[in-house]
Ligand binder design. Structure first.
Ligand SMILES: Nc1ncnc2c1ncn2[C@@H]1O[C@H](COP(=O)(O)OP(=O)(O)OP(=O)(O)O)[C@@H](O)[C@H]1O
Length: 445
């Protein structure tokens, strides 16, 4: 609730008893008919007259405007917004405040009537008197009316868009509060970048084995994110939970804002997945496999066929498309499955060891495809044992050891003064003890 500043009342004796009161000389105009309008808070209120007609004495009976925010050296646009907000706040003042404002208007009206009686000008009407008699005078708009009445007589003519000088006065305390909030908003950092994948407290236990021990990860949209760790650290388990291939023991996974556990189908629509173990429908030919990957992801048959040809060309698999996938090499199988993960152009790619077994030429092609995909807003989350590759292509990395995230951040943050590999070795426990293998040097033949 906002208090309207108290306004001193002009004693009537000043007007009628030969005091300093001077009768206004400004000619009064007939009052224009009132129009009805709907207020912002749903009530019906009369629109303000274009310019209130009030005597100079009545105006003098009301206090001067409070200082405007521009006087405290705020930025002009902040001030404009503050003034607008303050005007809105002024509409929200209570009924008592409105009544008080009306009482002040009454005083102004009495002054004007007194002057009119003295003048014996019967045809002159005092505009404010009519307004006070209006039944909706306690509507919030009425407060604004009273405020307008307090404007100095030499104000510029009202424009369609009021200038800052024409805005209604509000309490300095309210104004200060609004300004403070606006300045806070202006200084607040831009909202954080959207996250493609967010996992919280993610845990997976296989019997007595805790593969993933309650990890938190946030993967920004449009980033190339690396998950590294020694064998058995929990990388595949983590990626499998994110991809919806296995159910977490506890914790949550959100894909592009979708709760992947509550709404797995919606989440999976946004994902392209290259699983670790290359289990697939390997009795199908490469062409059939890609076609079915496409139509299962709701592509039309024509689009699925066309993209199959594009991907086969990119991955150098065109000649192999007619052969059963069971006949493919490990690297070829990896590539056809990667093509299958890409065919529906998902927002997020979850790739478990995408470069494992892939020759350098194909690796370069895959990298090129993925970097372009990320440059266009896609997100890649991959696991890899290739520290140099991760260091080169990823923007962020997490080091997972024994189911826990031991380091996470940008590549520079995680590696510090060392290389990523050195940092990895420090966190993963360094080189294992090779003592006890002397027998290996005594050849059996
Ligand atoms: N289906 C399963 N049943 C039982 N234990 C499992 C299963 N899958 C994984 N584990 C165990 O969970 C732990 C993490 O395995 P995971 O495959 O996630 O590790 P990883 O980091 O991917 O290892 P690598 O680098 O060797 O692929 C291991 O101890 C593993 O034995």
């Amino acid at each position: 609730m906002t208090a309207v500043p108290e306004r001193p009342h002009e004693p009537r004796s000043d007007v009628s008893g030969g005091g300093p009161y001077q009768r206004p000389v400004k000619p009064r105009k007939p009052r224009p008919p009132r129009a009805s309008a709907t207020t912002k808070n749903g009530g019906t209120a009369h629109a303000l007259p274009p310019k209130p007609t009030i005597s100079a004495a009545a105006a003098a009976a009301l206090p001067p405007r409070p200082p405007l925010p521009g006087e405290v050296d705020e930025k002009r646009d902040v001030v404009d917004r503050a003034a607008e907000s303050a005007a809105l706040k002024a509409e929200e003042v209570s009924m008592e405040d409105a009544a008080e404002a009306v009482a002040q208007e009454d005083a102004a009206e009495a002054v004007a009537e007194e002057a009119a009686a003295e003048d014996a000008v019967a045809h002159e009407s005092v505009d404010v008197a009519d307004r006070t008699a209006a039944p909706d005078v306690t509507e919030p708009e009425a407060v604004v009316s009273a405020s307008v009445a307090a404007e100095p007589a030499d104000r510029e003519p009202e424009a369609a868009e009021p200038s800052i000088d024409q805005l209604d006065p509000v309490s300095p305390a309210v104004m200060a509060e609004v300004i403070e909030q606006l300045v806070e908003d202006a200084e607040a950092p831009a909202s954080a970048a959207p996250q493609a994948v967010v996992v919280s407290g993610l845990t997976k236990a296989f019997g007595q084995t805790t593969a993933v021990a309650g990890i938190d990860l946030s993967i920004p949209a449009g980033s190339f994110y690396g998950l590294v760790g020694p064998n058995g650290a929990g990388k595949t388990t983590t990626l499998s939970m994110i991809a919806g291939l296995i159910r977490p023991t506890s914790g949550s996974v959100r894909i592009d804002g979708v709760d992947a556990i509550a709404h797995p189908q919606q989440a999976k629509r946004r994902l392209g997945v290259l699983p670790d173990r290359l289990r697939t429908f390997d009795r199908l030919t490469g062409r059939q496999l890609l076609y079915y990957c496409g139509v299962l992801r709701e592509l039309s048959p024509a689009v699925a066929e066309s993209r199959t040809a594009d991907l086969a060309r990119a991955f150098d698999l065109t000649d192999a498309l007619s052969r059963p996938v069971s006949d493919y090499s490990a690297g070829m199988t990896k590539k056809i499955l990667l093509a299958g993960a890409l065919i529906h152009s998902p927002r997020v790619l979850v790739l478990d060891e995408p470069f494992e077994s892939v020759d350098p030429v194909s690796s370069a092609v895959i990298l090129d495809i993925l970097e372009t995909y990320v440059a266009h807003g896609g997100t890649v989350l991959l696991s890899s044992h290739g520290m140099q590759l991760v260091e080169r292509v990823c923007s962020r990395v997490a080091i997972l050891v024994a189911g826990n995230v031991l380091a996470e951040g940008t590549i520079a943050e995680v590696r510090g003064e060392s290389t990523l590999e050195e940092r990895f070795l420090q966190l993963a426990g360094g080189l294992s003890d090779v003592e006890g293998l002397e027998w290996l040097h005594t050849f059996s033949d």
